[in-house]
Design a protein around this ligand. Structure first.
Ligand code: THU
Length: 160
């Protein structure tokens, strides 16, 4: 039997359609992107994470000469938050990335599969969805209300 899965997402043509908090997250993610350490891929990614206590923490990708030892921007921020504020609820993550020669032509970059899986873990842990935004220099934004929208048939602790 063939079945289809529909995912819900929003597409904003401009960041002006978003709230002041989301605009701030965009700016923080863009600034964090500049701290990316990406001498191998020359692809810089930054993110900004909003916690329930209204604090914002950022992350950027950190590469390594032993390539798999590097880490994406999202997990750099998420794991740091998990280690330092284990009981704090994560509300939103805003991601912006692209080649070092970042231009208006760069499309919004969605989170990679491993980062989706990690976001899923934190949603499960806190029993609350995390809004995920990804954008580009044109301030075009995609939003999902939960990482479940980007990770159908997700694997989680219930299977263990
Ligand atoms: N990257 C991220 O930081 N986040 C993603 O979701 C996609 C990929 C990084 C990893 C690597 O440093 C570079 O982008 C190229 O893949």
């Amino acid at each position: 039997m063939k079945k289809d899965i529909k995912i819900g997402y929003e597409h904003f043509k401009s960041i002006s359609e978003l709230s002041e908090t989301e605009k701030k997250l965009f700016e923080r993610a863009k600034k964090a992107r500049e701290t990316g350490y990406a001498p191998y891929s020359n692809f810089l990614v930054g993110c900004a994470v909003l916690l329930e206590n209204e604090e914002i923490y950022t992350g950027s990708n950190q590469e390594n000469a032993a390539y798999p030892s590097g880490l994406c921007a999202e997990r750099t921020a998420l794991f740091w938050i998990g280690a330092n504020f284990p009981n704090e609820v994560i509300k939103k993550i805003f991601i912006i990335g692209g080649p070092r020669e970042f231009s208006e032509k760069t499309p919004p970059i969605p989170p990679c599969g491993a980062c989706r899986q990690s976001l899923m873990e934190y949603e499960t842990k806190q029993n609350e969805d995390i809004e995920v935004y990804f954008s580009n220099l044109n301030e075009e934004v995609f939003k999902v209300n939960s990482i479940k929208n980007l990770l159908p048939f997700y694997f989680d602790a219930t299977f263990l």
